[in-house]
Ligand binder design. Structure first.
Ligand code: GTP
Ligand code: MG
Length: 431
């Protein structure tokens, strides 16, 4: 069965964790015992409505604040896929964590809150738009929009149609998703309507004839895998084990891995040997191919040389480690103007670094990407441009044309996404 990495994204409190928790419970991936325990504890803290979300929000701070902070990773099988569910935080302070999850996604589930005012808040300056643009910039082409909390609006068809039109227009016109790759599903995670099966009776969604959420997941096309290409695995997380061994976690973006294989660990450039491999969180295996989320245990390497933000590569084809890059960027809807010299946070796969735009080489036509104006003084919302950035310290980078996942970037400042883009050229490589 093919693996599908599904990022659950959307504005804070839209119900991402509750939808995810409920699905996992219905699929038996969360036991009734654990659910009862969560219900009891959530209630005693006056947070009863968050009981399902607690299946994903496992840390004390997440539970106390009633928000997701880190990407929660869970697994379930649909009829067609081994689904890796990446439940992202919606709160604006945790967009960098959301980006880290988005970088691994093959498809997205965008959860919007259907209640009056809440959907609108997510669209106007909220994270519904920001997350959609980030997801698209990471090369995700297929998206389901779950219009959640339909219970609050009395399962109104008019409300659903209104939201479907607004979000549909935004996703196809501003984010450039294909119309045929966007699917809207009305549901209520609270009332358990339209998650795993069609609505239970005519009081709910009697006007709706499309798939329930679970079936909609199977309408995604299988993601393309780059197993034949040289090895590339960006490291998301590292756990140092005993006896000089270290485990690197991440999604294998290109190539294959097997026990005993030698890999080059960038940026240190040192070689390590694969001691063991795990897939899907804990299943040990002897090989892994592009698209798999894996834990790779290495030996024969200084454990301090393996770090998040690094990349496992083919020994003969290490990725560039660079400070000066040429990018093609687009400023999102509502973004502040971008000027030369302003300080930015640069995000690429699982690495983050301080940066400055040193040159705005050209404004490009949005459709043809031809040069429309050379050396403009600044960039405005929705414009596309070729720019150069210099980072405080080098990062591992690959041109987008060579690898989608390692050539995608986002630029942020003061807690906001100011531009999304791709690496078009590596200008100087650090030694
Ligand atoms: P962040 O991770 O912090 O961005 O939030 P989230 O999108 O994961 O939302 P979460 O699942 O934590 O739910 C937020 C609140 O919405 C909780 O109080 C839920 O009980 C409530 N909620 C979720 N789904 C529904 C629903 O279908 N109907 C109603 N009425 N409330 C819901
Ligand atoms: Mg959440």
């Amino acid at each position: 069965m093919a693996q599908l990495n599904l990022a659950v994204v959307g504005h804070v409190d839209s119900g991402k964790s509750t939808v995810s928790g409920k699905l996992l419970l219905l699929l038996g991936q969360v036991s009734n015992k654990e659910m009862h325990k969560n219900e009891k504890e959530a209630k005693s803290q006056g947070k009863g409505s968050f009981a399902y979300a607690w299946a994903l929000d496992e840390s004390t701070e997440e539970r106390e604040r009633g928000i997701t902070m880190n990407v929660g990773v869970k697994y379930f099988d649909s009829k067609k896929y081994k689904v890796v569910l990446l439940d992202s935080p919606g709160h604006k302070d945790f967009v960098p964590n959301m980006i880290s999850g988005a970088a691994q996604a093959d498809a997205a589930l965008l959860v919007v809150d259907g209640s009056h005012g809440a959907f609108e808040a997510g669209m106007k300056g909220g994270q519904t738009k920001e997350h959609s643009q980030i997801i698209k910039s990471f090369g995700v082409k297929q998206i389901i929009v779950a219009v959640n909390k339909m219970d609050v609006v009395g399962y109104s068809k008019d409300r659903f149609d209104e939201i479907k039109d607004t979000i549909g227009t935004f996703l196809t016109r501003s984010c450039r998703f294909e119309k045929s790759s966007v699917c809207c599903v009305p549901l209520s995670a609270m009332d358990n309507q339209n998650l795993m099966s069609a609505p239970s009776d005519d009081r709910f969604l009697s006007w709706y004839s499309g798939p329930c959420l679970f079936d909609a997941i199977d309408s995604f096309q299988p993601p393309k895998r780059e197993s034949e290409k040289p090895l590339l695995m960006p490291i998301c997380d590292v756990i140092k084990a005993s006896k000089g061994q270290v485990s690197a976690y991440g999604k294998l973006q290109a190539g294959t891995l097997r026990n005993g294989l030698k890999v080059r660990v960038m940026p240190s450039g040192e070689l390590g040997t694969i001691r063991s491999l795990e897939r899907d969180g804990s299943q040990s295996c002897s090989t892994a191919t592009a698209g798999d989320s894996v834990a790779v245990t290495l030996q024969g390497i200084d454990v301090h040389q393996v770090m998040a933000g690094g990349v496992l590569c083919d020994p003969d084809l290490p990725v560039a480690f660079a400070r000066h890059l040429e990018l093609r960027v687009q400023l999102p809807d509502g973004a502040q103007p971008m000027l030369i010299g302003s300080p930015l946070e640069f995000h690429i796969h699982h690495a983050k670094e301080g940066a400055r735009v040193v040159k705005i080489a050209a404004l490009l036509d949005r459709k043809t990407l031809q040069v429309a104006k050379r050396l403009p003084r600044c960039l405005l919302a929705n414009q596309v441009a070729a720019v150069e950035v210099v980072l405080q310290r080098p990062v591992c980078a690959v041109e987008f044309s060579k690898c989608r996942a390692l050539g995608n970037v986002s630029l942020r400042a003061s807690g906001k996404t100011v531009a999304l883009g791709t690496v078009t050229r590596i200008i100087d490589e650090a030694k």
